[in-house]
Ligand binder design. Structure first.
Ligand SMILES: Nc1ncnc2c1ncn2[C@@H]1O[C@H](COP(=O)(O)OP(=O)(O)OP(=O)(O)O)[C@@H](O)[C@H]1O
Ligand SMILES: [Mg+2]
Length: 246
């Protein structure tokens, strides 16, 4: 079980490539962070993983299925991607219906159970009957993440999942991620929030100038302060403090 990007390039407009010759392999059980400056192409990369966008060159294989020739509805059983802006994704008239849509559509036997579990994991149980647009922005973000988790797809890709969360929400969010990691789910996370995700990560990629500017283990990346700075990645607070002491 893996996701493979083989020589992937992508352009929105001909002659203006956003990503060039990306080669990445993501194995089951990993937590891969995708970092990089604003506009580097991180969200574009996530949209290539579940076939919303198709590579202009190269191929993306999800558990061996080529995204260029596999319907996105089939890929959805293997990978769930959340968007940076929850408003681009939410469409149902209640929180519960929104979460239930994915597992029902994928004909998961235990769709109701998966929905209830996701509601609880992300602290949305008391809001199940609310209209999604009555939620706070951070709760809407949690709703999209809960919806992805409830599909039971083994690969989960989140675009800026911790953006806008309060201190309290971050705490329960940490527990949720630990729980999902223990359950063997695989994460691909686009984030500017290294403080939050570095302890969960197995591998880190930094997108720069359309390519992989840096690839390394989560332990290694923290020792690469100069590289992080050059590639426009905000260094975690603990590392900044360490740097000041040195
Ligand atoms: N639908 C689109 N049509 C044309 N260009 C686009 C489109 N979406 C994104 N772009 C451009 O592609 C580049 C990469 O955008 P992308 O959203 O992938 O970056 P990002 O790394 O996610 O940035 P951010 O950190 O701000 O979210 C940017 O220059 C952006 O303006
Ligand atoms: Mg983005």
């Amino acid at each position: 079980m893996s996701i493979s990007l083989k020589g992937v390039s992508f352009s929105y407009q001909p002659g203006n490539p956003i990503l060039r010759d990306i080669n990445v392999d993501i194995q089951r059980g990993e937590c891969v962070l995708i970092l990089g400056r604003n506009g580097a192409g991180k969200s574009t990369l996530l949209k290539l993983l579940n076939g919303i966008l198709k590579p202009t060159a190269g191929e993306v294989l999800v558990n061996g299925r080529n995204t260029a020739s596999t319907p996105t509805s089939d890929l959805a059983a293997h990978i769930a991607v959340t968007f940076q802006n929850p408003g681009d994704q939410i469409f149902a008239s209640s929180v519960r219906k929104e979460i239930l849509f994915g597992p029902t559509n994928l004909k998961r036997q235990n769709a109701e159970l998966l929905t209830d579990k996701a509601l609880t994991t992300f602290g949305l149980g008391s809001k199940a009957s609310r209209h999604p647009y009555d939620l706070l922005p951070a709760e809407r973000k949690l709703l999209t993440i809960a919806s992805a988790v409830a599909t039971d797809a083994p690969f989960l890709a989140f675009d800026e999942p911790s953006a806008g969360l309060s201190h309290y929400e971050r705490e329960s969010f940490t527990n949720a991620f630990e729980e999902l990691k223990t359950a063997g789910r695989t994460f691909i996370v686009v984030t500017h929030d290294l403080d939050f995700f570095i302890t969960l990560a197995t591998r880190v990629y930094i997108i720069s100038s359309g390519g992989i500017g840096y690839a390394g283990s989560a332990d290694d990346v923290l020792s690469q302060r100069e590289t992080l700075r050059k590639l426009g990645v905000r260094i975690p607070l603990s590392e900044r403090l360490l740097g000041m002491l040195e």
